[in-house]
Design a binder for this molecule. Structure first.
Ligand code: GTP
Ligand code: SPV
Ligand code: MN
Length: 643
């Protein structure tokens, strides 16, 4: 569907609404907003006006991103009990959501393209694709028509101009999100470069991604129901992406990736399509700088599925003496080869939307420091003296202090239900992280020397191994699997395939995506391709305890990776890749680590694994499976059989 057709569609739906508006109300927003909306660049104004006709808000507010605006927004939410202040920490706030709106909803996240094959491959076994949800433009029009008309009645529509990436970076891209959620506005101000500077850039006529978001709860509510402190519409939640038009429409959820549209929706789903069209990469990867004791600094990017350790690795405090880590980003990397053939990466985000449970002064002191001020917490517990609480926070509760869980009930340690929701989060400015790398906002990006894939694998998968070469590395990425986590709506712990940690975030057909990655080797001449590794911090022993201490000790693995890049670490060739030769991984000072158990390659496990990977890729990708990846899958199976 062309943008013009979408706009026509919006107008078509919107006109009946206009006619039912009380004229006084219409006059109200016109008078109030003439300056704000009227002063917008033409292409932005057109988007705002057509969306306002469709959604019928009571008011429109164009966000400047100022501190004053943020404070009045939070004050307004406080007055409406949508957030509570956490007086133990400067400018910190807690929002607790409707218990039905606590995570991304993958089943209601769709990509709309004319051809289904542009979005998902056709599985060879006749079942529905597990690699995303396609929706036809016709069904999309119908579904949106059932949701958006009049959806902002009685609410304010906020206009949020934002940039993904430093405003001055040639790699940055712009968006405008329209939303009726002040929580989203306050969070977008932390997560993106929002307001004045982005609006100024948009004034040059530069293209932007159109993001329309509503909590789906127009006012007044029917039958005199009183407004919820977390308005949402779980029955009608739908998050739709139109990659051809560069548009996102999200309805019914106020939570994280469903509503902060710059993040997964734009910076991964839409951006991955832009990247394919324009020859770059938009990936679910952290970016970090690692400096060895001799002062040699390198940048690496790492893709782990949701809640599998990106934020923790990105801010790691190394436990090996002399090593230094700097953070560039904790979730998303936009990467492009420069004219010298180096892969350059920027973090398109401006903040962290991190998992709270498990975060402590022991596991992630840099995150603890970052979130000590100017932070919006969602669904964590709170202490009666105005602080936060969650599972694994590992700080003693002072005598006399009581706890309230995320559901608002009194809570005591040992209660059956957790105090914080397992997917509870902090939303905090990146600039507050004490170890931000000096180059983190560099407009040209930082040079990437290694790419790391990883997942939560309780069994069979070694702590670290290296790919034989580029196509083998792409295969390793395509073969990623991980135990499910609370970040999405999955029930129970199951091992899911999650190619490149992108399964929930792909903006187009995985087969085409893998080919795009394979092409990186051949498209440009003289390219310095990063080396590719796979890690697993989560292998368990028979009793179910982690075999590896993780967190700050993960720098031992980064050390090995860096020494591999320098040609200084020995490795053994195994059927899965190169693993550290005995003694080449620095385990000094670590008590009781069972190196053998961490690196063993049980034959039966790998026979099963290799067969499952091959079956998954051949069935799910069908005719879109790149032959080079099939060849790698067959070869893994053959090597494992010969083990
Ligand atoms: P998203 O924000 O959902 O993308 O998650 P993420 O990939 O950033 O994961 P994060 O770093 O927030 O970690 C998720 C959970 O895994 C937290 O509870 C961490 O405490 C835990 N975790 C992270 N790193 C390690 C590790 O090295 N070992 C162990 N055992 N747990 C870890
Ligand atoms: C993830 O699920 O990977 C997140 C949280 O980072 S959300 O923003 O909700 O997608
Ligand atoms: Mn994270």
């Amino acid at each position: 569907m062309s943008p013009a057709r979408i706009l026509r569609w919006c107008r078509h739906l919107a006109h009946p609404r206009l006619s039912v508006w009380p004229s006084s109300r219409q006059a109200h927003w016109t008078a109030n907003q003439q300056e704000g909306v009227g002063a917008l660049p033409g292409h932005v104004r057109e988007f705002v006006e057509s969306s306002a006709r469709l959604c019928a808000p009571q008011d429109i507010h164009v966000c400047t991103g100022s501190e004053h605006e943020a404070q009045s927004m939070l004050g307004l939410m406080e007055a409406q009990s949508q957030v509570v202040r956490l007086p133990r920490h400067q400018n910190c706030w807690l929002a607790c959501t409707d218990p039905r709106d606590v995570a991304r909803v993958e089943s209601r996240t769709v990509i709309v393209t004319d051809s289904q094959r542009d979005t998902v491959p056709t599985p060879s076994d006749g079942t529905a694709s597990k690699l995303g949800n396609w929706m036809s433009p016709q069904v999309f029009e119908r579904e949106m028509g059932l949701r958006f008309p009049g959806c902002m009645k009685g609410r304010t529509m906020y206009v949020v101009p934002f940039s993904m990436g430093p405003v001055s970076s040639p790699l940055a891209r712009f968006g405008v999100q329209l939303t009726d959620s002040p929580y989203v506005v306050a969070s977008m101000r932390i997560m993106t470069r929002m307001g004045h500077d982005s609006l100024e850039a948009l004034g040059t006529g530069i293209e932007f991604v159109k993001c329309l978001h509503s909590v789906g709860s127009p006012l007044p509510l029917p039958d005199g129901l009183s407004p919820s402190t977390w308005p949402c519409n779980p029955e009608k939640t739908l998050i739709a992406h139109l990659p051809d038009q560069r548009e996102i429409l999200s309805f019914g959820s106020g939570y994280g990736g469903n509503s902060l549209l710059g993040k997964k929706c734009f910076a991964l789903r839409i951006a991955s399509r832009m990247a394919k069209d324009e020859g770059w990469l938009a990936e679910h990867m952290l970016i970090l700088a690692i400096t060895n004791p001799a002062g040699r600094k390198r940048y690496v990017a790492a893709a782990f599925p949701s809640a599998c350790g990106k934020t923790n690795l990105a801010m790691m405090k190394p436990l090996l003496p002399g090593w230094k880590v700097g953070c560039v980003g904790d979730d998303i990397a936009w990467m492009r080869f420069d004219s010298e053939g180096r892969l350059r990466a920027i973090n398109p985000e401006n903040g962290f939307f991190g998992v709270a449970p498990g975060t402590s002064w022991k596991t992630n002191p840099n995150a603890m420091e970052t979130i000590s001020r100017n932070t919006i917490f969602t669904n964590v517990g709170r202490t009666s003296d105005g602080g936060v609480y969650w599972e694994g926070i590992d700080t003693p509760i002072p005598p006399g202090v009581t706890l309230t869980s995320w559901t608002g009930s009194p809570w005591t340690p040992g209660d059956a239900e957790p105090c914080a929701h397992p997917n509870s989060r902090f939303c905090t400015p990146a600039s507050q992280c004490p170890i931000m790398d000096p180059e983190w906002e560099s407009p040209q990006g930082v040079p990437i020397d290694a790419i790391i894939f990883g997942g939560r694998r309780p069994e069979g998968v070694p702590l670290v191994y290296e790919a034989f070469n580029w196509p083998h590395g792409i295969f390793i990425g395509s073969a990623m699997r991980s135990e499910s986590t609370a970040a999405a709506e999955h029930k129970g712990r199951v091992i899911l395939h999650d190619p490149f940690a992108m399964r929930p975030f792909l903006g187009y057909n995985l087969g085409h995506y893998l080919q795009h990655w394979l092409n990186m080797e051949t498209e440009g001449s003289g390219r310095h391709l990063p080396r590719i590794f796979h890690v697993n911090w989560f292998r368990k022993d028979r009793e179910g305890s982690y075999l590896w201490p993780g967190f700050g000790d993960n720098c031992r693995v980064l050390d090995w990776i860096c020494r591999r890049l320098d040609g200084e670490a020995d490795a053994l060739e195994t059927p899965v890749g190169y693993v550290p030769a005995p003694g080449s991984l620095d385990l000094s000072g670590l008590q009781g680590v069972q190196a053998e158990a961490l690196f063993s390659l049980p034959k039966a496990f790998w026979e099963h694994e290799a067969a499952q990977i091959r079956e998954y890729l051949t069935v799910q990708l069908g005719p879109d499976l790149p032959p080079a990846i099939l060849w790698e899958a067959e070869n893994l199976q053959r090597r494992v059989a010969e083990m």
